[in-house]
Design a protein around this ligand. Structure first.
Ligand code: MZP
Length: 498
């Protein structure tokens, strides 16, 4: 056997040491733009994200609602593949055809009416109407009500629509231009305006509703493709039914694929990549691997990005069940070294996705500093309104359901396939709850704020700069204690646990 002399380490065993913060290192200047498909030296990547976040290929995380919400924020979801081909393709199609167009509902409501009147109207018409108020809050002055055109697709339309679209909006600009809804949408896409068009029953524009914090000079991270003006979406595939699944996903408009497997260093992954490359013009990621040999194998097979991580997922028990895996930090550091070597040799840059094991927000910054171009997260996104699972009250706390793809509940045997019979012999994942955390956008804003601030501490205003400049140190077990609040009695504010 070959022995690795270094222990297998996790993110929590490392810290970043600040570098000189130059004057230009301000959080507004930080760009989190990042490639997700390979490209040659001097070329532009075919596909990039505005924030380095992807949501996991999991039943309990990535459906079409999550995909729209995350793409709107500049990231990408990979719609889960452990479902019938037609259903997965339909989810992809819904994301691609999603347009943030709203139809104003003519009613007798005036600004003197209250939210209760809106609710009554909603009850009487059965429409998913939402109120727009001047300060974006339920107590603000009523400016108008709108009905979502696609509310039937949403599981909890009224609540969801209000959260997703309306809460941060207030009407700032009114102009009765009378142009049609498609023209208005074109205008919005073209000028990257972060607003919603409100139209009358004849589909003519009445006014635009902008975010309260709208800043005309800021580039908002809408994740769009320059060609069909739709949100970017990815899809998970497996190494069994790809000849049936891939054509359907491509036809539905998927922008990128990823082979979702617990251990991706396999000849089946090579076959799958070769099939996709021979028949379609779509980027495909592969994985998961945890060492340089796995990386080379998948890249030589033609992978457009490589996913790193075995056994570090929050719901994963692979290491306990099978004794395979590697600490996420050690895996990433070795694979990133090999990726850089590959770039020196060939001039081709292959993005890395660090998948699983992100517990604290700073782990994301560490992953980027260690060479990841983007991260994939399950637990993080499962906590939000936009994830597909039920929100429940357990004791005094609200929670969301979250189960692994290797649990009996998901029964995604293809992900753990090692040839032979089609079943899941033993579980490699658990069925769990995660604390409910509210809406995606508000949480994402906080996380992104922390990442940008840390990057400034490290003297970096882009991800490549962070990867070059970061200084990373191992921490001892005792200095970990020093890093938290210690030797004080924390006050009980009475707010926890609700
Ligand atoms: P986390 O962000 O929740 O820590 O990890 C999510 C990742 O765990 C997924 O992207 C996937 O790679 C992995 N996963 C999903 N299901 C299982 C399982 O059942 C699993 N074992 O390990």
């Amino acid at each position: 056997a070959k022995y690795y002399t270094e222990p297998s380490r996790t993110f929590s065993e490392y810290l970043l040491i600040p570098n000189l913060t130059r004057r230009e290192c301000t959080t507004e200047r930080v760009s989190l733009r990042t490639p997700i498909s390979k490209y040659g030296r001097g070329e532009q990547p075919r596909l990039s994200l505005n924030i380095p976040f992807s949501s996991a290929v999991m039943q309990s995380v990535s459906d079409n609602a999550m995909a729209v919400a995350l793409a709107r924020s500049g990231g990408i979801s990979f719609i889960f593949g452990s479902q019938p081909v037609a259903e997965q393709a339909s989810m992809v199609g819904k994301v691609k055809s999603f347009k943030a167009g709203f139809v104003a509902s003519r009613s007798n409501l005036t600004p003197d009416h209250t939210l209760a009147d809106v609710k009554a109207l909603k009850a009487s018409t059965g429409h998913s109407t939402v109120a727009i108020t001047d300060d974006g809050s339920p107590r603000g002055k009523l400016l108008g009500i709108v009905t979502s055109r696609d509310y039937r697709d949403s599981r909890d339309p009224s609540d969801k629509q209000i959260r997703e679209f309306m809460t941060p909006y207030a009407s700032l600009v009114c102009g009765r231009s009378g142009i049609s809804l498609p023209e208005a949408n074109d205008l919005i896409w073209e000028h990257k305006l972060n607003c919603l068009p409100i139209v009358d029953e004849t589909q003519r524009l009445e006014h635009l509703v902008f975010r309260k914090d709208y800043d005309a000079h800021k580039e908002y991270p809408l994740q769009l493709l320059d060609a069909n003006k739709s949100y970017v979406v990815g899809a998970g595939i497996n190494t069994r039914d790809y000849e049936e699944r891939v054509p359907a996903l491509v036809a539905a408009g998927a922008d990128i694929l990823v082979i979702d497997a617990s251990d991706g260093y396999s000849e089946w992954q090579r076959d799958t990549i070769e099939y996709v490359k021979a028949n379609f013009d779509i980027p495909i990621g592969a994985g998961n691997i945890v060492d340089r040999e796995g990386f080379r194998y998948l890249v030589d097979a033609g992978a457009d990005f490589v996913k790193v991580g075995i056994g570090g997922g929050s719901i994963c028990i692979t290491r306990e069940q099978k004794g395979i895996g590697r600490g996420q930090a050690s895996a990433l550091i070795e694979v990133a070294e090999e990726r850089d070597r590959y770039y020196q040799e060939t001039g081709i840059y292959v993005p890395l996705c660090s998948d699983g094991g992100i517990v604290h927000d700073y782990h994301i910054t560490l992953a980027l500093a260690m060479g990841a171009d983007f991260v994939m997260m399950g637990r993080y996104f499962a906590r939000f309104d936009e994830s597909p699972t039920r929100k429940l009250k357990v004791g005094n706390n609200f929670v969301k359901e979250f189960w692994g793809e290797g649990s009996n509940r998901a029964r995604n045997w293809q992900r753990y396939d090692s040839g032979g019979k089609e079943n899941l012999l033993f579980e490699e994942g658990v069925d769990s709850y995660v604390p409910y955390a509210g809406g995606l956008q508000e949480n994402l804003d906080k996380t992104l704020g922390k990442i940008k601030s840390t990057m400034c501490n490290c003297g970096a205003i882009s991800i490549p700069e962070l990867q070059r400049e970061a200084r990373i140190t191992l921490v001892s077990a005792t200095s970990l204690v020093e890093g938290g609040a210690h030797d004080v009695m924390i006050k009980d504010t009475g707010l926890s646990g609700d």
